[in-house]
Design a protein around this ligand. Structure first.
Ligand SMILES: Cc1cc2nc3c(=O)[nH]c(=O)nc-3n(C[C@H](O)[C@H](O)[C@H](O)COP(=O)(O)OP(=O)(O)OC[C@H]3O[C@@H](n4cnc5c(N)ncnc54)[C@H](O)[C@@H]3O)c2cc1C
Length: 394
């Protein structure tokens, strides 16, 4: 067993931290309703967006642990920037595994270097967790598909250049499974509108309407009907997505606890620093322990993924427990700051709003617990109506 980062990983951690200090301006990001392109360009130039992407497509060799380090360090300053990176790695994985040569040549290379930003559009106003219930249709007409319907919410939908969209190729057939398509967002028939949420302002969340948008057959991602597998193997329901949501939560938690530690030393009440009160120092000790445990849960899951060892259950644990814990830990840090924590003088109130989103994005707590129970207890732990749905998680 090896419980420390390698020299290379430490170097990457240092480089990302240096980038965060120099390039991520807290005030600018707080007010911004997207991730500024200059930040995306710089991250692309430094190779932060293309680890694990074949060199042929603009990427470089790297490990999943390194991708975790990237997301964790970024989340300490900006959860939205870390979210953009996480989404980028899901998109790269989808394109590398399921994209046609044309898609890889035209889009993967640009995504891996930050020249083009992608988004994933699955959820619709009428269906979220139950993604097979989507209404979007994507009918084949000769050598193209016509995409029709609304997707909402779509993270980075307002700033993305392309979307990976999921629809049904024949909605009249009851069992028709969903299929994936790459849709350039500059095509005619597409309208986007910003959607307001309680947090994650920098994630440029959109509603996107597709009105008879025509795309070539080569822009289909995977085979017809393979959309659910794409989600589970590489997309928003994948182990990668679940672990990175956990890692981002741990970055935010660590930052929150660090702030609580500093504040407890300098803020005086009843003639002594807050840190002298055991109710405060004990809470900080509890939260630090939780963060330590959560980080190891995530890094072990990333390591399992890197070794190609089974990690379905562990990934769902990262998503459920770490995102839940992050909301508690950030809230505790905010309360230790008293009225200052509730103000926007410190970023804790924003972090709390941002973190709550991660309990929902990519499947909420209940779905993660279902995956864990299914892997541990077996089919008996799954309601009959969900038996087919859960099978895809293996
Ligand atoms: C900030 C934000 C950004 C997002 N970005 C994107 C994006 O980029 N692309 C995209 O496609 N989607 C995106 N989503 C949508 C997200 O993936 C969905 O919200 C999520 O999958 C849950 O779907 P839902 O909100 O429709 O909830 P529902 O499916 O309606 O579920 C509501 C509640 O019931 C629970 N539930 C559902 N089914 C069961 C069951 N069988 N047993 C027990 N409980 C159940 C859920 O866990 C949840 O708590 C985003 C969401 C948010 C909040």
């Amino acid at each position: 067993m090896e419980f420390q980062l390698s020299e290379e990983e430490k170097l990457l951690q240092w480089a990302v931290n240096d980038f965060v200090q120099k390039e991520l301006d807290e005030e600018e990001l707080r007010m911004c309703n997207h991730v500024p392109q200059k930040i995306v360009d710089k991250m692309g130039g430094l190779g932060f967006l293309g680890l694990k992407v074949p060199e042929k497509y603009g990427g470089e060799e790297g490990t999943w642990v390194e991708v975790g380090i990237l997301c964790e360090e970024m989340a300490k300053r900006s959860i939205a920037v870390a979210h953009l990176i996480m989404r980028g790695y899901e998109i790269n994985s989808i394109l590398a595994k399921y994209g046609t040569e044309r898609v890889k040549g035209e889009w993967l290379a640009n995504a891996a270097t930050g020249k083009k930003i992608g988004c994933i559009a699955t959820t619709e106003p009428g269906s979220g967790t139950d993604i097979a219930a989507i209404k979007m249709n994507s009918l084949r007409a000769d050598d193209s598909y016509l995409i029709n319907g609304e997707k909402n919410p779509v993270s980075f939908g307002m700033q993305a250049d392309f979307a990976i969209v999921f629809g049904k190729t024949d909605p009249s057939v009851k069992a028709n499974r969903i299929s994936g398509f790459l849709v350039p967002l500059s095509l005619p028939g597409i309208t986007r509108e910003g959607v307001s949420h309680m947090g994650l302002y920098g994630s440029a969340i959109a509603s996107i309407v597709f009105d008879r948008v025509k795309i070539p057959v080569e822009y289909r991602i995977g085979e017809e009907g393979e959309g659910f597998d794409i989600h589970v193997n590489a997309g928003t329901y994948s182990s990668l997505s679940q672990i990175l949501a956990g890692v981002i939560s741990m970055g935010a938690c660590q930052e929150a606890v660090n702030r609580a530690v500093s504040y407890s030393r300098m803020r005086f009440a009843f003639g002594r620093p807050l840190a002298k009160f055991q109710a405060i120092s004990g809470k900080i000790a509890e939260d630090l322990t939780l963060v330590e445990a959560g980080r190891w849960l995530c890094y072990r899951a990333l390591w399992l993924k890197e070794q190609d060892l089974p990690h379905t259950k562990e990934s769902a644990m990262c998503k459920w427990w770490c995102t839940k814990m992050a909301c508690d830990v950030v809230k505790n840090a905010l309360l230790i700051h008293g009225h200052t924590g509730y103000s926007d003088d410190v970023p804790l109130e924003r972090m709390l709003r941002d973190m709550l989103a991660f309990r929902i994005i990519g499947g909420a707590d209940q779905l993660m617990k279902l995956i864990i129970a299914h892997k541990t207890i077996g089919k008996i732990a799954v309601p009959d109506s969900l038996a087919g749905y859960m099978r895809d998680w293996g």
